[in-house]
Design a protein around this ligand. Structure first.
Ligand SMILES: NC(=O)c1ccc[n+]([C@@H]2O[C@H](COP(=O)([O-])OP(=O)(O)OC[C@H]3O[C@@H](n4cnc5c(N)ncnc54)[C@H](O)[C@@H]3O)[C@@H](O)[C@H]2O)c1
Length: 465
């Protein structure tokens, strides 16, 4: 498993000290329209941002970046209607529009890049942006495969001065998640035994129609590294999540959030040894040799119950159930946390036994957490742009995210390679038990499963580390 790098943090500290005017290179011409909207920011504090992927999340991230002192100067999408809408919505029509993200990365004035493309299009622009000297806010999940994570890690290590934040905003939620972490780290639950993540399921599916892509969408570019297939609208915008070709279903969509918190909670208590992954699942379509046998229906798991057992005996469970949230169980008590509540006896006990005043700061890498609002998103963006200005490692760093998302990818491999439980229903499977060797970064005695750790990319869309 990946370890957060203290040498990286040391490097950033040194480079911050060395740099008298850390954001000078990001200073952009100051537009009158932003001056009016954001009077509290000094001109040279503003950061020029380019957005790659202008769907729902790209627009949302851009809006939050603006709110915290950035100017959206460039928008890029393979669907021209999305660049047009984003330009109007987040840049008052003043941004430059691109259909190839590499052109956007050539611009010297852009300091920060938002990557909010579908999951199969995260790693390549992220790596290219790092190499181009940009800071990156990359949406979760950072990767499509374990192999992509290794490439990102390598490139990131080669460029220790880059500031990358993953869009897992629960890490900046001061009301629920950070308090839960503080309770754990203050020992109020005792030794952590098990963390269960309920993340929801893939929606029901049907036979979707193959058709011609609309003229405003470059379907070949949208497919990118993945196999060339006929256009089905339900493969594309927003619904890409429910296809293994482009994503990993709820396991990675919400797993990127909840498993990330679970892995943070477990921390070093996981141990350094092998991780055993077992479970069951129901897919909407039958699988053969790890691949769906039907090509016009959602294919990610509709139901699943996976256990990852760490070498120390601590368990991390990922379930499809609808009680969306995280149950953290320790030897002294348990708590439940999600985006709307934090409950359990250790929480009630805070009234008579308050947390130390610096408990949240300790959790948040030694910096007082941001409290712009009770939702993580705004705080997360505030924190990120301050990290860019002050050359600090953000709270959702690459190494910790890869530790979590790798587990989600492995859980999906366990069920994709599963065996039917009953002969008359090939969709309900007992997952293939997998043992991950973190030192060799392979599954023990399972060449087939190990071969799924990387994917072959389509010619012209290779990802180079
Ligand atoms: N942090 C969160 O809570 C959160 C919430 C929702 C989505 N997300 C993540 O954000 C990402 C985007 O999700 P969404 O809901 O906005 O999807 P979406 O389909 O609405 O938007 C994705 C956009 O990327 C564009 N795109 C595809 N390939 C591209 C390329 N090569 N270059 C430029 N643009 C390209 C698409 O045309 C589309 O406009 C996903 O990875 C998702 O997991 C995160």
């Amino acid at each position: 498993m990946y370890k957060s790098s203290t040498s990286r943090r040391d490097f950033l500290k040194k480079s911050a000290v060395a740099s008298a005017v850390p954001v000078a290179s990001f200073a952009v011409p100051y537009f009158a329209w932003t001056e009016k909207a954001y009077p509290n920011f000094a001109k040279n504090d503003r950061i020029a941002v380019g957005v790659i992927g202008c769907g729902a999340m790209g627009k949302g991230d851009a809006g939050r970046a603006k709110f915290h002192g950035a100017d959206i100067v460039a928008v890029c999408d393979v669907d021209s209607t999305h660049t047009d809408i984003a330009n109007k919505k987040v840049a008052d029509g003043k941004a430059d529009k691109y259909s190839d993200y590499r052109k956007l990365l050539e611009r010297d004035d852009i300091g920060v890049v938002i990557v909010a493309t579908p999951d199969h299009w995260h790693t390549r622009p992220l790596i290219d942006a790092i190499k181009a000297g940009k800071e990156v806010y990359c949406e979760k999940p950072l990767t499509l495969t374990v192999g992509e994570g290794e490439l990102v890690q390598k490139v990131f290590a080669d460029h220790p001065d880059r500031i990358v934040q993953v869009g897992t905003q629960q890490r900046s939620d001061v009301v629920f998640f950070l308090k839960a972490l503080a309770l754990v780290q203050e020992g109020r639950l005792g030794k952590i035994k098990r963390v269960q993540c309920a993340v929801g399921a893939t929606p029901a599916t049907m036979d979707y129609k193959k058709t011609q892509p609309p003229a405003h969408l470059n379907w070949d570019n949208w497919l990118g590294q993945t196999p060339k297939v006929d256009y089905i609208p339900e493969r594309c915008h927003n619904n890409f999540r429910w296809w293994y070709e482009y994503s990993g279903g709820k396991m990675t969509d919400w797993g990127a959030h909840h498993v990330d918190i679970a892995r943070w909670v477990i921390g070093d208590e996981a141990g350094d040894g092998p991780v055993r992954i077992t479970g069951t699942a129901t897919h909407s379509v039958p699988f053969k040799d790890g691949y769906p046998t039907i090509d016009n229906q959602y294919n990610t798991a509709q139901e699943f119950n996976i256990t990852c057992k760490f070498s120390s005996g601590v368990e991390l469970v990922m379930r499809h159930d609808t009680d969306n949230g995280i149950l953290i169980e320790g030897t002294k008590g348990r708590i439940f946390v999600n985006r709307g509540k934090l409950t359990g006896k250790p929480v009630e006990e805070i009234e008579n036994n308050p947390l130390p005043s610096d408990a949240l700061k300790k959790v948040y890498k030694g910096v007082e957490p941001y409290t712009d609002n009770k939702w993580g998103w705004s705080n997360h963006w505030h924190q990120y742009l301050d990290c860019v200005r002050e050359r600090r490692e953000p709270i959702s760093d690459v190494a910790s995210h890869l530790q979590a998302i790798d587990l989600c990818h492995m859980a999906n491999l366990c069920i994709r390679l599963g065996e039917p439980i009953r002969a008359d229903d090939p969709t309900k499977v007992k997952g293939r038990p997998l043992t991950w060797d973190p030192a060799k970064r392979l599954f023990v005695a399972d060449e087939q499963a190990s071969s799924f750790l990387k994917r072959k990319q389509r010619a012209g869309y290779e990802i180079v580390g």
